[in-house]
Design a protein around this ligand. Structure first.
Ligand code: SF4
Length: 264
């Protein structure tokens, strides 16, 4: 027996497949208890006049509120009956589902690493470029290790160094961060870091925009700061006269002893 679909559909499906509600429900009940199957919610075909049609049933399964049973049926060309292709439980619009998976590498935030943690960098990390080439021949890890040893012996230094992209990414991060001009500290600073005697200069292209704060009394001591950053510990900060500490009165030597006190 076939039953008409209970709701309208997204596109016009094959009429035989769309009417096969009982076939779909029967297939579903072979997989799950009847207590977990709700009303027929509708049918859906991927394309116009598609003979592959999915029937949706409500889910009463505990913990799966808002999910739907989806039973896909197919009518082969020139056939009058449908066959069941698959039965699955899928989330509906109101279903509570887990958030999208984010790889661990992308979840890391500055400060997440603990002593002993290792964070390998990909060979093709765009932030780094090789200082020397391994050549065009395919090499295994041992071959590369030998070349690194020779390069070290020759004094070629590091295997990789910062790429222009890696440098730009770092510069933007520093500029946008706590050491940049938009931080609350910088916004109320009397003078910028560029005029501060505690600013240590960098070398290279970043030297035109950044330095390192070397004021042990400042919040940014030991950190990279933008020239437009600043703080109240600037080397040339002077207090206004009214804010300067008032001189203490002359000391007074109190010679009054206990005996003198009792004789009063
Ligand atoms: S003390 Fe303040 S103004 Fe001076 S370099 Fe450090 S952060 Fe900049």
């Amino acid at each position: 027996m076939t039953t008409s679909p209970t709701t309208l559909v997204r596109s016009q499906p094959d009429s035989v497949a769309a009417r096969a509600v009982d076939v779909a429900r029967s297939a579903l009940l072979q997989e799950v208890p009847a207590s977990e199957v709700g009303d027929h919610l509708g049918v859906e075909a991927e394309t116009e006049a598609d003979r592959t049609v999915t029937h949706f049933f409500g889910s009463n399964r505990p913990g799966y509120l808002g999910w739907r049973w989806a039973v896909t049926v197919v009518r082969a060309y020139r056939q009058k009956l449908v066959t069941v292709a698959e039965v699955v439980l899928i989330p509906g619009g109101d279903a509570i589902i887990a958030p999208d998976w984010v790889p661990y590498r992308e979840r890391l935030q500055p400060g997440d690493m603990s002593p002993g943690d290792l964070l390998p960098v990909d060979d093709d990390d765009p932030r780094l470029v090789p200082v020397y080439s391994f050549g065009d021949d395919p090499l295994d890890a041992d071959d590369k290790a030998q070349i690194r040893t020779v390069a070290t012996d020759l004094g070629l230094g590091r295997v990789r160094t910062l790429s222009p992209e890696g440098r730009d990414i770092a510069a933007q991060r520093w500029y946008d961060g706590d050491g940049g001009p938009d931080s609350a500290l910088a916004q109320s600073a009397p003078e910028p870091c560029s005029t501060c005697g505690f600013l240590l200069r960098l070398s290279g292209s970043l030297a035109e925009s950044f330095g390192v704060c070397a004021n042990g009394d400042a919040n940014d001591d030991g950190r990279v700061v933008a020239f437009q950053h600043g703080c109240g510990a600037h080397s040339e900060v002077r207090l206004a006269k009214k804010h300067e500490p008032q001189p203490l009165p002359e000391h007074f030597l109190d010679t009054l002893g206990l005996d003198d006190f009792e004789s009063f």
